[in-house]
Design a protein around this ligand. Structure first.
Ligand SMILES: C[S@@+](CC[C@H](N)C(=O)[O-])C[C@H]1O[C@@H](n2cnc3c(N)ncnc32)[C@H](O)[C@@H]1O
Length: 230
């Protein structure tokens, strides 16, 4: 890791303020992604020049939508995006990274140890196979994991009643919501909305689909939400 500084991508001016007291961990994670992460094929070499803008800062700003002290699960974390960044920026959160691929969970475990993060645990497995005893998260995040219908079926069972899923999506999020609205409601989603965050931090604001889970179970299985909508 001695030649890390040569490999480290340029750091935007806003980055230090975004991470505050966790700046050393943010820098260490960026270094790890740019070295080990790239060597082990977890991040493409073409991503390195835009590591901060497109990955670390992009993921960091979604924490603006997460309440203090929340229990968070990130499904399909890959190399830790957004879950590890969320945990770095917000030590008040309790974060579980859920990822099925051993190569990726090995990297995540090593990253957690190296950065000395005490608010993160790594769970190897598919989101839909996580035991019901684990399924009481306030918030479930994801980025680039699946279309919203499947993503809702994987995320919402892990969310406590009244909690939310936060799916990072591209600029066509509204179209995707319209396409999958019915499937999302069937999975228990209510109050689906598209938010844009990070205007003052990243070049392109980050689009997040936020869906709250029904306060009480959807009885009868007729695809009808508690507010009567389909
Ligand atoms: C395209 S990668 C995105 C990784 C990371 N979220 C990011 O934005 O860089 C999709 C990730 O989802 C994981 N994945 C696929 N199916 C999954 C499932 N059923 N449950 C949890 N993770 C899953 C894959 O192993 C992979 O790491």
């Amino acid at each position: 890791m001695d030649d890390v500084s040569r490999e480290t991508p340029p750091v935007p001016d806003s980055a230090r303020g975004v991470f505050g007291v966790r700046w050393p961990q943010a820098q260490a994670y960026a270094d790890l992604l740019a070295t080990e992460g790239e060597l082990r094929g977890l991040i493409g070499p073409r991503e390195l020049p835009r590591l901060w803008q497109r990955h670390l800062l992009n993921c960091a700003v979604i924490t603006d939508l997460i309440a203090h002290g929340s229990r968070v699960a990130d499904i399909g974390s890959g190399a830790g995006l957004p879950g590890l960044v969320v945990a770095i920026r917000r030590p008040d959160l309790d974060v579980t990274l859920i990822e099925p691929m051993a190569r990726r969970t090995d990297f995540l475990g090593e990253a957690v140890d190296r950065l000395g993060l005490e608010n993160v645990r790594v769970l190897r497995g598919r989101a839909e196979e996580v035991p019901a005893t684990e399924a009481e998260f306030d918030v479930v995040t994801s980025r680039a994991v699946a279309p919203l219908d499947r993503l809702s079926r994987w995320s919402l069972p892990l969310v406590r009643a009244g909690g939310s899923m936060l799916a990072m999506k591209g600029s066509s999020a509204e179209e995707e919501v319209a396409e999958h609205a019915k499937a999302m409601r069937r999975a228990g989603a209510v109050e689906v909305e598209v938010s844009r965050v990070g205007m003052d931090v990243v070049e392109v604001p980050v689009t997040v689909v936020r869906a709250r889970k029904l306060d009480r179970p959807n009885s009868g299985g007729n695809g009808r939400a508690a507010d009567g909508r389909r």
